[in-house]
Design a protein around this ligand. Structure first.
Ligand SMILES: NC(=O)c1ccc[n+]([C@@H]2O[C@H](COP(=O)([O-])OP(=O)(O)OC[C@H]3O[C@@H](n4cnc5c(N)ncnc54)[C@H](OP(=O)(O)O)[C@@H]3O)[C@@H](O)[C@H]2O)c1
Length: 253
């Protein structure tokens, strides 16, 4: 399955751990040429070994995705070493904030969440889009979150707002670049049991989160990776501008 992804150059930002790392291994398993990205070189080396065990080789690039100069340097290196990016997945992002009443949200924390989730997505797409346009092909997948899909009194407001911005940004992108042969879709996961979440979400809190999902479990990194493969492949060739909830139904209730 996904024969069309064989030898495609797939850049996954934020693939030193978590969802990004799982996507990298999944693309390696179908024969893609994976480009790993992050800032933690030790973690990246561990993912590179997993990709190699899956039978592929990986180029590793580093850099801060909130900085356009760092992105341009990454792009030039990728173009020189493996060729232009066919599939761009903007998975780098996170929040360090906590649920806070809006009047108490620190301005710097707000700006940081917008910067590392929304601005980083814009800058990354801006950097890689011209090459896709000039080749008349490409796929972009962005990462939103269930936090950007519906309101909650206990949400991380800045993170949710930034992730909601990622959705409309991706849809505007899809509308602009469809005629140039490029598809763009957005993935919106609910709580995924990454290594970090496995450690922090335990006991009663885990059960409370499970109970919020009509499909009575939390998500896995492989749930997201399988959706990414589908949205990157020609199997989804008529799908563009979609926000796909990977949420066990949680955003319905
Ligand atoms: N996990 C969930 O439950 C969940 C749910 C909904 C949405 N999401 C979204 O899915 C994506 C992946 O989440 P995750 O939980 O797998 O993340 P994670 O384990 O926290 O890893 C985040 C990744 O992003 C990279 N990164 C973050 N900021 C960066 C920056 N400024 N420059 C370069 N790299 C940066 C990190 O690189 P280094 O660590 O190497 O610096 C790391 O590889 C994120 O966009 C997140 O918001 C996650």
């Amino acid at each position: 399955m996904y024969e069309d992804l064989r030898d495609q150059v797939v850049l996954i930002t934020g693939s030193s751990r978590g969802i990004g790392a799982a996507m990298a291994v999944a693309f390696a398993e179908v024969g893609a040429r994976v480009v790993l990205h992050g800032r933690d070189e030790v973690a990246l080396d561990g993912v590179r070994r997993r990709v190699e065990r899956a039978g592929a080789s990986a180029l590793v690039v580093t850099g801060d995705v909130t900085r356009s100069a760092a992105l341009a340097a990454m792009r030039d290196r990728i173009n020189a070493e493996v060729g232009p990016v066919d599939v761009l997945i903007t998975s780098a992002g996170s929040s360090k904030s906590r649920p806070t009443p809006i009047e108490e949200i620190d301005e710097e924390d707000w700006r940081a969440d917008v910067e590392r989730n929304l601005t980083s997505t814009f800058l990354t797409v801006k950097c890689f889009l011209p090459d896709m346009k000039s080749r008349g092909s490409g796929v972009v997948l962005t990462l939103s979150s269930a936090a950007g899909r519906r309101a909650s009194a206990r949400t991380l407001v800045a993170y949710g707002a930034a992730k909601a911005g990622v959705q409309i940004f991706t849809q505007d992108l899809a509308a602009q670049v469809g005629p140039a042969g490029i598809r763009a879709n957005c993935i919106a996961p609910e709580t995924i049991l990454t290594e970090t979440n496995e450690k922090w979400i335990q006991g009663d809190q885990r059960q409370m989160l499970i109970d919020m999902h009509p499909v009575r479990r939390l998500g896995t990194v492989d749930d997201v990776a399988r959706a990414a493969l589908f949205l990157a492949s020609a199997e989804s060739g008529w799908i563009s501008g979609v926000v796909l909830d990977i949420a066990g139904g949680a955003t319905l209730v």
